[in-house]
Design a protein around this ligand. Structure first.
Ligand code: ATP
Ligand code: MG
Ligand code: MG
Ligand code: MG
Length: 569
C-alpha cells in the first residue's frame, strides 16, 4: 500500500471527546470515525485490524469444530415473544416496525433466531452435537455508548451456539470452547483472564467471562490472593461468605442534612422504599445548574434476570436511570460535573458496602485520599476515604476458601454460557432421542466482542507515541520510509525494489511515498503502530545498508541491502 494512494487519516491533536487512550489512538491513527453516538465507520487500516481479529477467531472456531453461518440482523418480534425476552430485554433492544406495522428487533444477540433455525432443521439425536457460529453485526441501544468501539451501539460479535442431547455433552463442548477462547486471546497477544461470571439476561447456569486486564476497564474482577480463583465482582460477592465489613475510618460528629441521622431516616424522608433484591442505596449530594443543592438517592438493584443495575428516581432525578453511574446522575439532574458527592457541599454520600457498587464507585472516584461523608445502613454517620472503600472491597475472604480477594479492572471481551434448556424449552426445540421419544435439546452460547478486542488490545499496547501492535493484529507488517526520496537519485529505485520484494515475500507493506519530512513519516508510522519500519537514507546507502526499527522494543539494526529482505522475512 502506498500512503499517497491511501487514507492514512492520522491526526496530530488528541480529540477532546475521547476519554480512554484506545479511543483517542483509534481516532488519531485513522482507524475509525464517529458517525453518531455509538456508531463508527471503520477506515481501511482499522478494518485490517478488525479482520485480523476475525481471522484468528474463525480459525480457532473451526479448530473447535464450530461451523460458520450467517443470520439476519433484523429479527421478528414473535421469536422474542416466544422466549420471553421481548419484555425482559428492556430498552437496549432496538425495536423497529415495518411498513405493514409488524414489529422487529435489531439483533443484540441470536439465541432466538438460532434456536428457531435448529428446531426446524434438526430432528434426530444423530445430528447432535452441533456447534454453529457467525461473525456479525450486533445492535444494542446502549444507555451510554462510550469509549469509541468499546461500548458501541453497533458492533461486531462472534457468536456461537451449541446444541446437545444432554448436559454432559454440553459440558464437554463448553470446555472445548473455553480452550478455544484461551487460544484466541493467547494468539492475539493479550494479557487476559477467564473469570467465573453471572449469567445475566442471557440465562443459564454456568458461565465464564474473558477479561483483558486494563485500568480503564468498566468491570471489576476479583482475584484470590492465594489461588487461581477469579470471578467477576458480582459473582464473587454473591458467593463470598458474609463477613463483617470493615468499619469506616472515622466517626463524624456532625451531619449537615437536617433531621436525618441514619440512612433509614433518610430513606423515609425521601420516600425510598426497600424492594426485594435491593442491594445498595447510594445517596449523592449534588448541586444543579441553578445552584440548588439536594440529595439524589439511587436504589441499585442486582436484578439477575435483567442483568441491569436499575436506579429508582428521587425528587432531583427526573428520568429513570438505567445504570447507577456518577455520570448518569450528573446528566439526569443537570448537575455540574464534579459537584457530586459531599466534597465542598456538606452533603453526605451514603454507601452500603456492596463490593460491586463500591468498586465502580472507586473507579469513578478515581482518586485516593478523597473524603466522603457517609453513613451505613442502620449505622451512624461516618467519614471515609477511597482507600477505605477499597479496603472494604478487597479484604473479603475469597469464596474459594483460600486467601482474600484482590480487585483489578477488566474489559469484558468474551462471554460463554451453559444455557441448558432455557431457550429450547421455551421455544420447543427438541429432537427424536434414541428411544424414539422427543427430547428437548440443551444449549451453550459463546460470544466474543470482535470489535471491542481491537480497542482492548490498544489499551494494553501503546506508548506516548501511539499504538504498539502485537504482530498478529498489526494492520501492516512493515513500513518503508525513504528519507527525502524526492531529493535523491538512488533512494526511489531502492525503495521501490524493497516494496516489490517485501510484498512478494507475503508481507503487508506500507510504503510511505509521500513528500513529507522524515519526522512526519516516522511519527505517523509510530502512531499507526507498524511493528517494523525500514528506513532508507542517503548516508546508510553509502555503506550499502538500510536501517530496521522495531516499534515494540525501539531497537534499531543495520541490514545489508542485499540480504535485508531475507533477514526480515
Ligand atoms: P457488557 O457487560 O460490556 O455490556 P455484555 O455482558 O452485555 O457486555 P454479552 O451479551 O456477554 O455482552 O456479549 C458478548 C460480548 O460482546 C461481550 O463479552 C463484549 O465483548 C461484546 N459487547 C457487548 N456489548 C458491546 C458493545 N456495546 N460494544 C462492543 N462490544 C460489546
Ligand atoms: Mg451489556
Ligand atoms: Mg457483561
Ligand atoms: Mg457478558
Amino acid at each position: 500500500m502506498r500512503t499517497s494512494q491511501y487514507i492514512l487519516a492520522t491526526l496530530k491533536e488528541t480529540p477532546s471527546d475521547a476519554e480512554v487512550v484506545s479511543h483517542q489512538l483509534m481516532l488519531r491513527a485513522g482507524m475509525i470515525r464517529k458517525l453518531a453516538s455509538g456508531l463508527y465507520t471503520w477506515l481501511p487500516s482499522g478494518l485490517k485490524v478488525l479482520r485480523n481479529v476475525e481471522t484468528i477467531v474463525r480459525e480457532e472456531m473451526e479448530k473447535a469444530g464450530a461451523i460458520e453461518m450467517l443470520m439476519p440482523v433484523i429479527q421478528p418480534a414473535d421469536l422474542w415473544e416466544e422466549s420471553g425476552r421481548w419484555e425482559q430485554f428492556g430498552p437496549e433492544l432496538l425495536r423497529i416496525t415495518d411498513r405493514h406495522n409488524r414489529p422487529f428487533a435489531l439483533g443484540p444477540t441470536h439465541e432466538e433466531v438460532i434456536t428457531d433455525f435448529v428446531r426446524k432443521e434438526i430432528s434426530s439425536y444423530k445430528q447432535l452435537p452441533l456447534t454453529l457460529y457467525q461473525v456479525q453485526t450486533k445492535v444494542r441501544d446502549e444507555v451510554r455508548p462510550r469509549f469509541g468501539v468499546m461500548r458501541a451501539r453497533e458492533f461486531t460479535m462472534k457468536d456461537a451456539y451449541s446444541f446437545h442431547l444432554d448436559d454432559a455433552c454440553l459440558e464437554k463442548t463448553y470446555q472445548v470452547m473455553h480452550q478455544a477462547y484461551c487460544n484466541i486471546f493467547e494468539r492475539l497477544g493479550l494479557d487476559y483472564r477467564p473469570v467465573i461470571a453471572d449469567t445475566g439476561s442471557i440465562g443459564g447456569s454456568v458461565s465464564h467471562e474473558f477479561h483483558v486486564l486494563a485500568e480503564s476497564g468498566e468491570d471489576a474482577i476479583a482475584f484470590s490472593t492465594e489461588s487461581d480463583y477469579a470471578a467477576n465482582i458480582e459473582k464473587a460477592e454473591a458467593l463470598a461468605p458474609s463477613t463483617e465489613r470493615a468499619e469506616p475510618s472515622k466517626e463524624l460528629n456532625t451531619f449537615d442534612t437536617p433531621n436525618a441521622k441514619t440512612i433509614a431516616e433518610l430513606a423515609e424522608q425521601h420516600g425510598v422504599k426497600a424492594h426485594k433484591g435491593v442491594k445498595t442505596l447510594i445517596v449523592y449530594g449534588a448541586e444543579n445548574e441553578d445552584g440548588e443543592r439536594g440529595l439524589v438517592a439511587l436504589i441499585v438493584r442486582g436484578d439477575h434476570e435483567l442483568n441491569e443495575l436499575k436506579a429508582e428516581k428521587l425528587p432531583l432525578v427526573d428520568s429513570p436511570l438505567e445504570m447507577a453511574k456518577e455520570e448518569d446522575i450528573v446528566a439526569a439532574i443537570g448537575a455540574k460535573p464534579g459537584s457530586l458527592g459531599p466534597v465542598g457541599l456538606d452533603m453526605p454520600v451514603i454507601v452500603d458496602h456492596s463490593a460491586a457498587v463500591m468498586s465502580d464507585f472507586v473507579a469513578g472516584a478515581n482518586k485516593d485520599g478523597v473524603h466522603y461523608s457517609g453513613i451505613n445502613w442502620g449505622r451512624d454517620v461516618a467519614e471515609f476515604t477511597t482507600a477505605d472503600i477499597r479496603n472494604v472491597v478487597e479484604g473479603d475472604p475469597s469464596p474459594c476458601g483460600q486467601g482474600t480477594l484482590q480487585i483489578k479492572r477488566g474489559i469484558e471481551v468474551g462471554h460463554i454460557f451453559q444455557l441448558g434448556s432455557k431457550y429450547s424449552e421455551a421455544m420447543n426445540a427438541g429432537v427424536l432421542g434414541e428411544s424414539g421419544k422427543n427430547q428437548v435439546m440443551t444449549m451453550g452460547c459463546y460470544g466474543i466482542g470482535v470489535s471491542r478486542i481491537v480497542a482492548a488490545a490498544i489499551e494494553q499496547n501503546h506508548d506516548k507515541f501511539g499504538i504498539k501492535w502485537p504482530q498478529a493484529l498489526a494492520p501492516f507488517d512493515i513500513a518503508i520510509v525513504p528519507m527525502n526520496m524526492h531529493k535523491s537519485h538512488r533512494i526511489p529505485d531502492i525503495a521501490e525494489k524493497f516494496y516489490a520484494d517485501l510484498k512478494a515475500a507475503g508481507l503487508e507493506v506500507l510504503f510511505d511515498d509521500r513528500k513529507e519530512r522524515p519526522g512526519v513519516m516516522f511519527n505517523d508510522m509510530e502512531l499507526v503502530g507498524v511493528p517494523f519500519t525500514l528506513v532508507i537514507g542517503e548516508r546508510n546507502l553509502d555503506n550499502n545498508q538500510v536501517e530496521l526499527k522495531n516499534r515494540r522494543t525501539g531497537e534499531k539494526v543495520m541490514l545489508d541491502i542485499d540480504s535485508a529482505v531475507a533477514e526480515i522475512t
